[in-house]
Design a protein around this ligand. Structure first.
Ligand SMILES: N[C@@H](CCC(=O)N[C@@H](CS)C(=O)NCC(=O)O)C(=O)O
Length: 120
């Protein structure tokens, strides 16, 4: 059972996590940031909670799971806070998967294998 908070499984060094943190902050959505282990094989808690060892993963108050930036950014507009935010979302990362420059070998591996759009 999820806590009554929004939980973001993430890492400070992960550019995809960073994009999600930025948008949540812009929208004024409170969340708990759960730092995952550096190596995917060590992310037992994340695997148990979400069935994946990739970050970011957003777990909603009702236990809903959104894996990866595409799912997370698709979910956020459905939250009430989206329309009630006076300034509205302004990040250029809204509505699309961010294409950040990978900063680690783990991110580089994923960027190289993702749908061919990364880095272009
Ligand atoms: N397409 C995914 C990419 C996420 C991603 O590459 N995450 C990296 C960290 S920045 C990761 O979890 N890598 C673990 C792995 O390579 O198994 C998204 O948009 O969220």
């Amino acid at each position: 059972m999820a806590d009554a908070t929004l939980t973001l499984y993430q890492a400070e060094w992960c550019p995809f996590s960073s994009a999600v943190r930025e948008v949540l902050t812009e929208l004024g959505i409170d969340f708990v940031a759960r730092q995952v282990e550096p190596w995917p094989k060590d992310r037992n808690e994340l695997r148990a909670a979400a069935g994946t060892d990739q970050i970011p993963v957003l777990q909603t108050e009702d236990g809903g799971l959104y894996r990866g930036t595409r799912e997370i950014f698709a979910h956020l507009p459905r939250r009430g806070s989206w329309s009630s935010t006076s300034a509205g979302p302004t990040s250029s990362s809204l509505g699309r998967e961010p294409l950040p420059r990978p900063r680690s070998s783990m991110c580089r591996k994923r960027a190289a294998t993702s749908s061919g759009s990364a880095g272009t």
